[in-house]
Design a protein around this ligand. Sequence first.
Ligand code: 9WN
Length: 438
Amino acid sequence: LDRPARTVAEDLTLRRGAARVLFGNWTGTSTVPSRTLYPHQWSWDSAFIAIGLRHLSPRRAQRELESLFAAQWGDGRVPHIVFNPSVPNDAYFPSPDFWRTSTAGSGAGAPRARETSGIVQPPVHALAAWLTHRADPRESRRRGFLDRLYPRLVAWHDYLLTARDLGGGLTAVVHPWEPGMDNSPCWDASLARITPADPTGFRRADLDHGHPADRPTDLDYGRYVQLALDYRDAGYDDRTASHRFALEDPGVNALLIAGERALAGIAAHLGEDATRHEARADRLTKALVARLWDEEAGLFLARDLVDGALVRERSVAGLVPLLVPGLPEAVVDALVATLDGPGFHADSTTLVPSYDLTGPAFDRTRYWRGPAWFNTAWLIERGLRTHGRHTHADRIRAAILETAGTTGFAEYVDPTTGEGRGARAFSWTAALALDLLA
Ligand code: 9WN
C-alpha cells in the first residue's frame, strides 16, 4: 500500500500531540499508561515511555526508570505495577490490598514502604536505559544514571534467569499478565486447567472505562485472580510456588536477549565486564531457536512447561525475536515472509495484529486476540532494521505514525479497519511515535 510521504507540518503536529500526552500523563515521578484505565506505574510501559520521553526530557526519562527500580524487590524482581499511594484503592483492580506485597512478599524482599504487584513484565528496561543514556550522555554521567542503575538491571536479569528458569534455560512467565499480552489465545489451553476464583469476591474496575467487548472476559479474569492468589499464598516465593501456569514466551525471551546486549554496551561504557552479557545473550539465542522456533508455523511459539509442548497458536510475540541480532538467516527470512503473509499482513493499517488474522481465535476488537498494538509494531520495526530490512521497516514506521495520529494515540487498533480501540492518549503510543519521529 503506497502512502504519500509525510509533510514536515504533519510531523510537527504529531510531535506536539505526543508531547502533550506524555506531559499530561506525568505524575511528578513517573508516567501513567492512561489517566483513565491505568492510574499507576506499569513496568514495561515505563520502559517504552522512557524511550520516547528521552527526546523531550532525558532527565525525566531517567527518573521514569529510577522510580520503577526504586520498587525493585530484594530477590531482583521488578514488579509489574508500582502503586501510587494517592490514588484511591478501588481505581484499579487488582489493588494493593489484593496483592499485599509489603507483608506477603517480605520473604522475597518486597519493599515494606511501597505497595506493588508480585508478578513481572517483559524486560525492556536495559534497552530503555541504554537508549536514554545515549540521548544525553553528559546529563546521564552528571547524575550517575548508569552507575546506579546497572547493578539493579543485572539483579533483575539474574532473577529472570535463576528463579524464573524453570528448567529450559530460558525465562518463564507464571501469569498471563507477565508477558504483557493478557488474553492472548496462546494462554487459552494452559488457563483452561485453572479453576476460576469466585466472581463475587472481586470487582473489575477496568470495565468502568473499557468496553466489555474490547477487554478480557470475566472467565479469564477469574483465572487471573486465582493464579495471583496462589502466588500470594506462596509468599511470592518461586521455590515453593506451584506455578500451575508456566510458559516460555518468545517475546519475553527475545527482549531479555536484547536487554543482555544493551547491558553489554552499558558494562563496556562503565569499564565493567561486557563479555558475560554477550556470552549470556549468545546462550539464550541458541536456546530460543532450539526450544521455540517452529518452521511449520513460520514463527516462534510459546512452550507450555506444564505439559512440555509447544502451543500451536500464532501470535505477534512469535515475531518479536526479529529483535535478536545473529539469528540464523533462514529464520529471519521466514519471519519476514510470515509478516507479509495472510496471517499478519492487514492491508488497511500495516500495523501487525496481535494474533493471526486467519487463526481460529481471531477477534478484531478483543485486546490481545487480534488488535494491533503500537509497542509490538515498534519492536518489529526495530527488529527489521537490525537485520537490514529497511524498506519493510519504513512501511511499519509510516503506519505507526499515521495511525497514532488518526486515532488520538489509541491503546490499540482494529487491524482490519485501523480504527482506534481501548484508551486514547495512551502513553507508550505517544512515546514510540515520538521516538520514530526523532
Ligand atoms: C494488566 C498497562 C498494561 C500493559 C499490558 C496490557 C494491560 C493490564 C490490564 O495494561 O494490562 O497488567 O489491566 O489489562 O495488557 O501490556 O502493560 O498499559
